[in-house]
Design a protein around this ligand. Structure first.
Ligand code: THU
Length: 137
């Protein structure tokens, strides 16, 4: 599974986004260390706060299936019904959730567009000086 294949799966997952409020669809494709894939989309709510981002949908699907070891996530976001033209970085809440399960130095976050451009970061690059389980051990 290379980065471009993962980005294509994330872009495809946008088709299931439920976005009647923002009209901004995001898809994520999460790769586990054993090679299993989980996709996710953003799911909004009339009460706004319960809305869930694509990244957390994918991570929570995986964790609920017993997976806790992840190697990479691809994220694609853009206006509903249109190709994603810009890069969509994960929000702070999703970065915190990634930090619960993913290694800061090796977990790769692949931002993609519908035409296959990518930018790749480690979680540590996007979430430096973070608070996590080690702080309360
Ligand atoms: N969103 C995501 O799903 N992931 C991100 O990385 C950024 C934002 C969603 C939340 C909301 O449904 C919509 O995009 C607009 O903020």
């Amino acid at each position: 599974m290379d980065d471009i294949e993962l980005v294509k799966l994330a872009d495809k997952a946008r088709e299931n986004s439920y976005t009647p409020y923002s009209h901004f669809t995001v898809g994520a494709a999460l790769l586990t260390q054993d090679g299993t894939l989980y996709t996710g989309c953003n799911i909004e709510n009339a009460s706004y706060t319960p809305s869930n981002c694509a990244e957390r949908t994918a991570i929570f699907k995986a964790v609920s299936e017993g997976q806790r070891s992840f190697s990479a996530i691809a994220i694609v976001g853009g206006r509903e019904g249109e190709p994603a033209q810009g890069f969509c970085a994960p929000c702070g809440v999703c970065r915190q959730v990634m930090h619960e399960f993913c290694d800061l130095d090796s977990f790769r976050i692949i931002l993609g567009t519908s035409d296959g451009s990518t930018r790749v970061f480690t979680l540590g690059e996007l979430f430096p000086e973070s608070f996590g389980a080690d702080n309360i051990a």
